[in-house]
Every structure is written in C-alpha cells, then in structure tokens.
Design a protein. Structure first.
Length: 701
C-alpha cells in the first residue's frame, strides 16, 4: 500500500481563507441584513445621524471583532460604547486621517467627560474635575516620552506640596499614554486625568489673572506698598508721634482744624450739588432701531453662592429689551459653587444665556471672575449686573443710543442705582438715602460739569475696546469699579452718566452692612495706594483738574470718616468744661470751637440739604428719625473704615461676601418710569395738614 505523502494531502485540501479575509469579506446575505437594520434604525430615529449611515462612495462597512479594534477604541467598547459605533468611527478615522476618538467626540457619540472618565479607569488613575485644578508652576508636561505639544499638562491637582499632574491627552496620543502608563505603573500615584476643556479654562484664567500684573505691575493691587510709600507712611507716623509727644494739645488742635476744614469743604460741595444738580429729564420713548444697527452687547453676571436668587435673576434678564441675536448674557460661576451650578441647570438656560465656569484658584474675587469671563465676551459693549440687580428693560438700548450719539472718547456710562425696599430696616433706609445722594444728586451734577464720575459696582456700561485698552479688571482689587473708572480716565477715556435705574437689594442688618462696608472701604484704600505709587504720572495722565477732583473725592470720603469721631470728641471737649480742653489758651480754644460750629452748620447742614434733595428725587422718607440717625450711621462708617484699614494689611484681597435674596419687601416688578420727584404740595395745604396733626395731638377725640 502506497503511503500518502504529507505534501499530497496538503495540496489536495481546499484553500482556507485567512481570518482577516474571512472577517473583512462579508457575504451578500450580511449586506442585506445590514441594509435592513439600517432602514429600521432610520425609521426609528429619523433625526439621528448615527454611525450606521449609508456607506460613503459605495464602500462596504467593515465588521470587526472587539479584539481587532485599535487600542484607543478597545477600552471604550469594554466600558459600554456600542461596537457598531466603534467600528464606524474606526473606518471614518482611517479614511479621514483622524483618530477614532476624535470622530466619536466630533459626532457626539460620546461626551468628553465620559471619554476621559473611561480613560482614567483604563489607566487606573483618578479623574479630577476643574474645581480640583490649579496652574502648573513648572509650565511643562509630566510624561517625557510623549511628543511635546500633543499631551496637554497645564494644571496640577490640589495635592499639597507634591506635584500631581493632571493629564488631558488628545485622542491621537491616547494609545501612547496607555502603553506608557502600563510600562511605568509607578506614575499612577502622581497622575490624574481631566478634560481638555478644564485645562483650557485653567490656562485662560491664569492668563487673565496675571495679565494686568504682567503688563502694568504698578497698576495692579497684587502687592500693596512700594518702598517709597512705606518710607512716606513711616515718616508721617513718626512725625505725628513726635508732635504728640512734644505738644499733644497742638497736635489735637491741628487735627481738629484739618478735619473741620474737610467737613466744611465736603458740606459746601454737597450744598452746591443739592442746589445745582440737574433735574431728571422727561422720559421720551426711544426710537426703535433695527437689530442690524445695534451693537453687540455682552452682559456679565458674576455669581457666587447665589442659588436663592437665580430664578428671579433669569426672569429679570429675560425682560431686557434687546435683540437676542445681538445679545450675550454670561452667567459667571465658580467651579466649586455646586449650589449655583444646580440652580442654573434647573433654570433651563438657552441662548443668549451662556455659563462661564471660573477655576477656583488665585484671588477669589468678583473682578477675577469678570477678568476670566472677558476672554469669552464678544460684545462691542459690555455691562455688569449683580445677582440681585433689576435693571430697567430698556437700559441696554438707552446705553447703546447714548454711545452712538456721544463723541468717541466716551468710554463708560454709569447708570443710576436705587434701593427698592428702603423701609425694611434702619440700614436699608439710610442705605437708600446714601444711594439717592450719590446717584441722583452728586453724580448727575459732576457729569453735567464734565468731571470724573465714580463708577458703581454694577450697571457700568463700557466699550469693549476701552476696557481692554486700559487693562480690564484688576483681579486683586476688591473695589474693581472704582479702580476701573480711574484707569479709564488715566487712559484718556471719559466716564459719563446714564439716566436709567437699576434696583438693588440693600443689607438688612448690621452684620451684612459691615461686611459690605468694610470691603468697600478697604477697596478705596487699596485703590488710592495703587494710584499714588507714581503721583506725578497720575497727575500727568489724568490731567490736573481730574486729579484734583479724584483726590477730593477720596479725601472727602476717607479722611472725613477717619477724623469724624475725633472731631466730635474735640468739639465736645472745647464746648464743655474748660478743665477738659486740650489747650488752656482761650484764643486757640475759641478758634477750634468756632471752626467746629461752622463745620456743624455748613458741613452737616450741607449733608442734610443734599440728602433731603435726594430723598425728594427718589420719594424716600426723610423725617426727624432719619435726620437723628445720620450721625450714628456715619460713626458706624468710621468704625468700618478702621476695620478695613487693619484688614488691608492683614488680608488685602479677601472678599467679604454679601448674602442676597433675604429682603422680604422687594416688589415683584417696577414701573418703567420710576418716580424721582414727589410733586410739591402747596404751602396752604401743607399748613392745613400740619394744623390738623397738632389738633389731633391736643384733642385726641
């Protein structure tokens, strides 16, 4: 029997196709099944692009086992990605020269957060949110074997003194990262994964925080005193101490004369403003302009722990009368403010609303959030509203019309601010009177004389090019409005006044009032220190008149508050028993007492006249109780200034948060034309009314 050779048997056996050929060559029946499945899915999901669309250019869709997929797709299939999506993405990537992960993310088959969470699971490292990221102090990547520029390592995780790198590799180099970490498992303890969007946000925020400090270091409040300022302050303190040690009475007399003179000057200015401030013009309807003629407007709304007022805020902003296609409303929220995040999500925001997330590093201040959001603002005009603000619906149109009609050097407009629940407490009443004096008497008078207008913390409308030209907001300054207004003036821009009202919520109690007032006073001191680093340059840039007016505003606010308690004490001593007078010289004592009486008459009288005029404009109550409470209110402001001065040295950039949404008597809506003047009652009617009150007191029955 002839033995069969092995070669003969192999030659006669049928040809067996390779596994790759058997997989990549589908039969006609398979094609029919795929076409039928595709038609069913298209009928079920008519608006979904899907990954089982018709083959491009008649190409046959390939069918692969999961084990034959690329490494950077295999881990996605293992964690829940449909295999058909992975196969389709691999085919599209092969034809287009992209990575499969890029195709999946571009066609929204997979969210970026899900993609990088699954990558973190594959690498067996932690996934970190943006709230856990800070800038990388080294500024370079952690993995040395990955091509530079393809692996993003721009931030590190909060991990104490150790450097804990946060990676966001692009889909093109995910396979390299997986292989590298598998070969070097020791790096897992120092590596985390996040999204590229989180790293980009950290990079942008870092640039916004450092921009003003890098370009204009002397204009930034990142540091406090220069060497020259420290020497000047030390010399002034030493001189005052020597005067007090040599002749305490002379020092007190000089202090009383100086403080009295400041009070007299401030009172005289307010008296003139009360008499000469222009009356609010009658409101005429604005001409309707086509949307194409209006500038693009960006509304920035910084939020921090404001979940209680998000619902009302969104309704107010939706009532703004401005074309949606020309409007951008940016809700700025901190990354670790989860309550506000949830409230914004529940509000169901749609365009023109956007949410800008601020990484929680650097100074935790409102101007830092505004500086970060400025990078994504694309409007020609920019305004800022606080969480509790209720601007008039036509305010944006009115500001746009004012800018269009004004000269090109008008860089900013400040709207009126008012309190809509003035009768709720002692502090709300005096806060409302203070706002009325500032925004209904003083600022209109200064704007009419083309003098510098002090910006408020909200409702300041500014040209985007002017804002960027002067350096934007200083993230380290806790009164960014005051600092921005001065820098605009120093840069050659003019600040005007807008006859439109934004209603605000005032602090209800002493604690809330102190938090806000201490922050304001600290910011005033901080701003004055910053702009007095180079006094000669300040006068040259701002102009002599503007420099004198700005210095007068600071002196009239800060120095009068600082000297107010001492002045009252000295006047009381000189008016009392002679044994308690600081000086035994009768002439000097009489001089100081005379200046004090003049100050009381003109200084306090000017304040009272101006506040009375402001109360009339805003229809606020200003009776004997409010008049008697003003000196006590000013003493509280002096105490807040003392605390602010101490806090300026200890923690200059600390932001004292004011809680909003606690007022109980705020109206649901405001009239389009708020009353600013109460019609004067005729003299005869007023006399009869007062006689009737006297009769009621004398004869109660």
């Amino acid at each position: 029997m002839k033995r069969k050779s092995r070669d003969d048997g192999l030659a006669k056996s049928p040809a067996v196709a390779s596994p790759q050929e058997s997989v990549l060559a589908p039969t006609e029946a398979l094609r029919r099944r795929l076409a039928m499945r595709r038609s069913v899915l298209n009928r079920k999901y008519p608006n979904s692009p899907g990954l089982l669309a018709e083959p491009v250019n008649g190409a046959t869709p390939s069918v692969r086992r999961a084990s034959t997929l690329p490494l950077d797709v295999r881990f996605l299939v293992a964690r829940g990605l449909p295999r058909r999506d992975a196969i389709r993405a691999t085919d599209v990537a092969a034809r287009s020269g992209r990575a499969p992960g890029e195709v999946l993310l571009a066609e929204r088959c997979l969210a970026a957060e899900t993609y990088y969470r699954w990558l973190a699971e594959e690498l067996r490292v932690r996934y970190v949110e943006i709230s856990d990221l800070v800038p990388d102090p080294r500024g370079k990547g952690y993995l040395p074997n990955v091509e530079e520029g393809r692996l993003a390592v721009l931030a590190v995780e909060h991990a104490g003194p150790e450097i804990h790198a946060a990676l966001a590799p692009g889909p093109a180099c995910v396979a390299e990262v997986i292989v590298y970490v598998a070969r070097h498992p020791q790096v897992r303890s120092r590596v985390s994964v996040t999204t590229p969007q989180a790293l980009e946000s950290v990079r942008v925020c870092q640039g916004a925080v450092q921009a003003l400090q890098a370009e204009r270091p002397l204009a930034s409040a990142a540091f406090l005193f220069t060497r020259a300022q420290k020497l000047a302050i030390g010399g002034a303190a030493a001189g005052a101490g020597c005067i007090g040690w040599l002749d305490a009475a002379a020092g007190l007399n000089a202090l009383s004369v100086a403080s009295g003179s400041l009070f007299i000057a401030a009172g005289a200015a307010r008296t003139i403003a009360a008499a000469a401030a222009p009356r609010p013009a009658s409101r005429l309807p604005l001409p309707r302009q086509p949307s194409s003629a209006l500038p693009r407007y960006s509304v920035l709304v910084p939020l921090y722990r404001e979940e209680a007022v998000i619902g009302d805020l969104v309704q107010v902003l939706r009532r703004l009368d401005y074309p949606a296609e020309r409007l951008q409303i940016v809700m700025i929220v901190e990354a670790d403010d989860f309550g506000t995040h949830a409230a914004l999500h529940a509000a169901g925001l749609r365009p023109p609303f956007e949410v800008c997330v601020v990484p929680p590093f650097g100074p935790r201040t409102k101007p830092k959030a505004l500086a970060h959001a400025l990078t994504c603002a694309h409007g020609d005009l920019i305004t800022v509203y606080d969480a509790e603000d209720r601007p008039e619906p036509d305010q944006l149109r009115k500001a746009a019309a004012t800018f269009a009609a004004a000269p090109s050097d008008l860089g900013c407009l400040q709207a009126r601010l008012a309190v809509d629940h003035a009768d709720e407490s002692f502090f709300t009443r005096h806060f409302a009177l203070e706002y009325a004096l500032q925004f209904d008497v003083l600022l209109p008078w200064m704007a009419a004389l083309h003098l510098p207008v002090r910006l408020g913390g909200t409702s300041n409308h500014v040209r985007a090019d002017a804002l960027r030209a002067c350096g934007g907001w200083d993230p380290y300054n806790v009164t960014e409005d005051l600092d921005l207004g001065i820098r605009l003036i120093r840069s050659g821009w003019r600040v005007g006044f807008l006859d439109s009202t934004t209603w605000e919520e005032a602090p209800l109690d002493l604690r809330a009032w102190c938090h806000q007032r201490i922050r304001w006073h600290k910011g005033w001191l901080q701003t004055w220190v910053v702009h007095m680093r180079q006094p000669v340059h300040f006068i040259k840039n701002a102009g002599a008149v503007n420099a004198v007016v700005i210095a007068g505003i600071f002196a009239g606010t800060l120095l009068t508050l600082a000297a107010h308690p001492t002045f009252l004490m000295l006047v009381g001593l000189y008016a009392g028993d002679g044994a308690w007078r600081p000086s035994s010289d009768g002439i000097i004592g009489d001089l100081v007492l005379g200046i004090g009486l003049t100050c009381i008459v003109l200084g306090y009288g000017g304040f009272y006249l101006a506040i009375r005029r402001a109360a009339r404009e805003r229809a606020l109550r200003f009776g004997w109780r409010e008049m008697a409470g003003l000196p006590f209110y000013w003493l509280l402001m002096s105490a807040a200034l003392a605390i602010a001065a101490a806090e300026l040295v200890i923690r200059p950039c600390h932001w004292r948060k004011t809680t909003h949404g606690v007022a109980k008597t705020r109206p649901a809506s405001h009239p389009p034309d708020p009353a600013r003047r109460v019609p004067r009652v005729p003299v005869r009617a007023r006399l009869l009314r007062r006689l009737g009150r006297i009769r009621g007191w004398l004869v109660p029955w």
